[in-house]
Ligand binder design. Structure first.
Ligand code: SAM
Length: 303
C-alpha cells in the first residue's frame, strides 16, 4: 500500500480536512479551489459524507436555485454563505467566484439535483477557474444518467449520454439519425409532455431496440418500464404524459440475423472485387456481422 504522504495523487491529511480513510480531523479550512458537489436526485439521504463536509466547511456555496438548495441544507442543518449561479447571472457570478478564489476562499457549486455540469450549469465556470490556475475538486455522487443506466437492464459496457434531445421535431429526428450507428447504449434526459413523441421518433430512427423509461428515480413513485421502443412509444401515446422526471435508455443497435448462405453470397461477390480483408470489412459494415466471422469465412471461400 502506498504511503499517503508520498503519493502525489492522494489528498494529504489536511487537504479536505479528513485523512484518506475519511476519519474526522480538527476541520481546518478547505483548500482554495472550486468544489463541484453532487447532490441527491430525489432521496435526500443520497448524499456522501464528504459532500456534507464540503457544504459545511466551504467559504461560499453557489447553487442553481437557492430555494431548492435550502431544502437540502436545512435537512442537514447547514448554513453556508449561499448565492445563485444560473444561466441568467452566470457571467457576473463567475467574476465574483474567480475574485473569491484570488482572495484565498473555497467555493462550492451545486445544481438543483445530481451532478453539476451534467445537463446543468457549470462548464464555463470550471473552465474559467482552471484558466486562472485554481484547482477544481470533484465531489462525486448521484446523477440520474447512471441511476437509470444501472436499472435499465441494457448493456452498460459502452454507453453514450446524449442529454436532452431538441424540442423541435426536425432537429430531434436529425440528431437521432446521427446517433443511429453508434455501437453503444444511448441515454437521454426527457420531459413527461414530450416523452411519447420522442419515443416515436426514436422508434423510427433507431428501430425496434429494447429500451427503458426510468421515472422519478429514488423518489416515492419510482418506476422503470422496459420494452421495445415501438411498444414504449405506443404505451405512452395511449397513457398520456407521465408525471415527474424521466431518463430514457436505449440499447445498442440490434445484431441482424445473417444466415451462412447470405454471408457467403455477399462475400463471394465482394471477393470478386477485392481481397479478404476488404470483403470482411464490407460485410461487417453492410450486414452488421462481427468482423471476425466475416474474415474467417472469407478466408475459407478464398482458399
Ligand atoms: N445534473 C443532473 C444529473 O446529474 O442527473 C441532471 C440535471 S437535468 C437539468 C434534469 C433532468 O435529469 C430531468 O429532466 C430528468 O431527465 C433527469 N432526472 C433528474 N432527476 C431524476 C430522477 N429522480 N429520475 C429520473 N430522471 C431524473
Amino acid at each position: 500500500m502506498s504511503n499517503p504522504s508520498t503519493n502525489p495523487d492522494e489528498p494529504g491529511p489536511d487537504e479536505i480536512g479528513r485523512d484518506r480513510k475519511g476519519a474526522r480531523s480538527a476541520s481546518p479550512p478547505l483548500e482554495t479551489g472550486l468544489y463541484v458537489v453532487a447532490t441527491p436526485i430525489g432521496n435526500l439521504r443520497d448524499i456522501t459524507l464528504r459532500a456534507l463536509d464540503i457544504l459545511a466547511g466551504v467559504g461560499r456555496l453557489y447553487a442553481e436555485d437557492t430555494r431548492v438548495a435550502r431544502k437540502l441544507l436545512d435537512a442537514y442543518g447547514l448554513k453556508p454563505r449561499l448565492a445563485a449561479y444560473h444561466e441568467h447571472n452566470a457571467e457576473a457570478a463567475r467574476a465574483d467566484i474567480v475574485a473569491a478564489l484570488h482572495a484565498g476562499e473555497s467555493v462550492a457549486l451545486i445544481s438543483d439535483a445530481g451532478t453539476p455540469l451534467v445537463s446543468d450549469p457549470g462548464y464555463k465556470l470550471v473552465r474559467a477557474v482552471l484558466a486562472e490556475g485554481f484547482r477544481v475538486y470533484p465531489i462525486p455522487g448521484p446523477s440520474a444518467l447512471l441511476a437509470a443506466l444501472v436499472t435499465a437492464g441494457l448493456p452498460t459496457d459502452r454507453f453514450m449520454f446524449a442529454g436532452f434531445l431538441p424540442a423541435k421535431q426536425g432537429a430531434r429526428r436529425g440528431e437521432l439519425a446521427a446517433l443511429a450507428d453508434i455501437d453503444a447504449s444511448l441515454v437521454f434526459y426527457e420531459s413527461g409532455p414530450r416523452l411519447a413523441e420522442a419515443l416515436a421518433d426514436m422508434a423510427e430512427a433507431l428501430g425496434p431496440r429494447p429500451a427503458a423509461v426510468a421515472r422519478e428515480l429514488t423518489k416515492m413513485f419510482e418506476e422503470t418500464r422496459r420494452d421495445s421502443l415501438p411498444a414504449l412509444a405506443a404505451h405512452y401515446a395511449e397513457a398520456g404524459a407521465p408525471k415527474g422526471e424521466i431518463v430514457v435508455v436505449v440499447g445498442p443497435p440490434l445484431e441482424v440475423e445473417v444466415t451462412p448462405e447470405a454471408l457467403d453470397a455477399f462475400l463471394r461477390e465482394a471477393l470478386e472485387r477485392g481481397g479478404v480483408k476488404e470483403a470482411a470489412s464490407e460485410a461487417a459494415k453492410r450486414l452488421g456481422v462481427p468482423r471476425k466471422r466475416a474474415y474467417t469465412r472469407a478466408l475459407e471461400l478464398k482458399a
